[in-house]
Design a binder for this molecule. Structure first.
Ligand code: ARG
Length: 587
């Protein structure tokens, strides 16, 4: 439909130019790009609708009259012949696309290796920072949403032609890791994660929780943890070594979770390596008068004119704070990889921080600072209210994936599907990720989510497993055909046989994939892609219920429907991949 859409915009623009010339009117004919094309609310009204209001105003005629005139002109335009028919219907010019020709075009396009790649973001270099955990504990449920958003958006932008760099910024220094370290010094007795049979990040997280116990026993614990921060900063080799050791344990654990959930990065930034680089930039900004020195000696910026407050950028003792490091990091990253856009995927509690950061970078005069985004997202809660306190009762990401996978395995077994499923464990893991990622991505990031594991796993309805299931149905039809079963082997596909309304609806939806990718990329909304995958699965399910494929008695119709199934499968694969839903051959 994409090609058809541009063709029809061109045809309508040309008709308008002819009409303007005919009327001897003195106005510029519209450029085809700017012609507004809508999807009629009901399929009976056609495939495309062109509202005539703007041209009516321009030409001082009624929209009905313009529509009627254009319909007549278009009927004489050779480019419209064989493409379909334009009709004046009220103030609209409605187009019914010639179905057979368009279906043939769409099926050929889907079979092309470049299908699913567009160019709407070509030329952009986008750095996407996501996950960015602290290294004192393992990932929690909120990170699963963060990771899914960052990974999915990266894939979508790449599909739309952008060059993308996925970066994880690990906050591996400061008070939190020192609290884990202090508890480890008191209770750890030199043990390692292996000694306790724990994953590295869980091991370090255990000591972070134990810090609370320590604090209860010893009121000086907090001061002692602060002292560790100072010793680390002054380069104390013993403390440096301990922190490195604990960070390495955590890092190893985090990487295992990323690998398990299909999340990857092109680069890792470590705060221990970046935390000092902002200071110099702040001092440069001070020298240039962008910032000022407050009476107490701290360096600040006054953002009251843009509705933000006065903000400290460097403490009076010259030490860095959270934002200092982000200023330096953004600048250094641009030096080593000159992006034109950055997307920070970070929870909505940091909205103020990023507003200030972006304003500071803009005032420092960097041209790339015009295109900085905070992809801010809401909380994820569990229905049982198991979320969330700072003290470690947060829902652990690994535990949650385990739990959802166990539920999926139980479901496979209860339905007696072990036979068709192959390795239950492997399939259950993929279903769990499909369930989780779809649930986390199908709503807009701004909204809070109540994650219901059981509902997310349903094989029917608005879920990831439903999409996986319909994809597996399609794959099974294709497999049977490849094994010589059914009537399609005796027939020849003929797109003219796809003229029925149900098939045509499906063809149109298949053809929309590139548009939806562009829309998801432009709005940075993975939910657009998740919604598309679901719509396609639902349309396929409805169509396939009423239309036998391999058992269709007419071999040519069977072969044609099979091609439709092939296109559905390909699109479900592509769309699923963009929203981190593993694709299954059978389930
Ligand atoms: N580690 C921080 C946290 O867990 C988030 C870091 C966000 N990224 C950044 N560049 N400031 O709260």
């Amino acid at each position: 439909m994409v090609e058809s859409k541009t063709a029809w915009k061109r045809i309508v623009a040309r008709a308008l130019a002819a009409y303007i010339a005919e009327k001897g009117q003195d106005c510029a004919p519209p450029d085809p790009e700017s012609v507004v094309l809508e999807r009629p609310p009901k399929p009976e009204l056609g495939d495309f609708g062109f509202p005539m209001f703007p041209y009516a105003r321009l030409l001082r005629a009624s929209p009905q009259a313009v529509a009627t005139a254009l319909a007549a002109i278009i009927a004489r335009d050779p480019e419209s012949h064989g493409r379909g028919e334009a009709r004046a219907e009220g103030p609209y010019l409605n187009v019914r696309v010639a179905r057979a020709a368009e279906s043939a075009r769409v099926l050929a396009a889907v079979a092309d290796p470049t299908w699913g790649r567009t160019t709407s973001q070509a030329g952009h270099k986008v750095l996407i920072e996501f996950s960015s955990p602290n290294t004192n504990k393992p990932l929690h449920l909120g990170h699963l949403r963060n990771n899914a958003l960052g990974e999915s958006l990266s894939r979508i932008l790449r599909a739309a032609g952008a060059e993308v760099r996925k970066v994880n910024h690990l906050n591996d220094r400061g008070i939190n890791i020192c609290r884990s370290m202090l508890a480890y010094l008191r209770y750890g007795e030199g043990r390692s994660p292996e000694d306790e049979g724990l994953k590295g990040d869980h091991f370090v997280g255990k000591y972070y929780v134990l810090f609370n116990k320590l604090k209860a026993e010893d009121p000086t614990a907090e001061v002692a943890a602060q002292e560790l921060v100072r010793r680390w900063e002054s380069g104390d080799p013993e403390i440096r070594a301990l922190q490195e050791r604990m960070n390495a344990w955590t890092f190893e654990g985090l990487k295992a979770t990323y690998a398990r959930t299909g999340i990857s990065f092109d680069a890792y930034d470590f705060e221990t390596e970046t935390y000092e680089i902002g200071r110099e930039e702040v001092l440069k900004g001070l020298a240039r008068g962008v910032f000022y020195r407050e009476g107490d000696g701290s360096i600040q910026i006054d953002l009251e004119d843009v509705g933000l407050d006065k903000k400290v950028l460097l403490r009076k003792d010259g030490t860095s704070i959270y934002i200092t490091q982000d200023i330096g990091t953004a600048i250094r990253r641009h030096e080593s990889w000159p992006y034109d856009r950055v997307v920070y995927v970070v929870g909505n509690e940091q909205q103020y921080h990023f507003k200030v950061l972006f304003e500071v970078l803009k005032r420092l005069g960097f041209d790339w600072a015009r295109d900085l985004h905070h992809l801010s997202y809401g909380m994820v809660n569990l229905p049982s209210g198991r979320m969330k306190t700072r003290e470690g009762t947060i829902v652990d990401a690994d535990d949650l994936v385990d739990e959802v996978a166990a539920m999926a395995a139980a479901e496979i077994e209860a339905k007696g599907r072990e036979e068709s499923a192959g390795s239950v464990k492997e399939i259950a893991e993929k279903i769990a990720l499909g369930a989780l990622h779809y649930f986390l991505l199908h709503v807009a990031p701004v909204k809070d989510i109540l994650y219901d594991p059981a509902a997310s796993l349903s094989f029917t309805g608005d879920t990831g497993p439903y999409i996986q299931y319909m994809g597996a149905r399609a794959a099974s039809i294709l497999r049977k055909h490849a094994a010589g079963e059914g009537n399609a082997v005796k027939g020849r596909a003929d797109p003219a046989l796809l003229e029925g309304d149900a098939e045509w609806g499906l063809v149109k939806l298949i053809a929309e994939l590139p548009e939806r990718i562009d829309q998801a990329a432009a709005s940075m909304e993975p939910s657009v892609m998740a919604g598309y995958a679901h719509d396609l699965a639902a349309a396929f399910s409805a169509w396939y219920r009423d239309n036998p494929v391999l058992n269709c008695p007419d071999p040519n119709l069977a072969a044609t429907r099979l091609e439709l199934v092939r296109a559905v499968r390909r699109n479900l694969e592509l769309a699923s991949q963009l929203v981190c839903i593993p694709v299954l051959e059978s389930m």
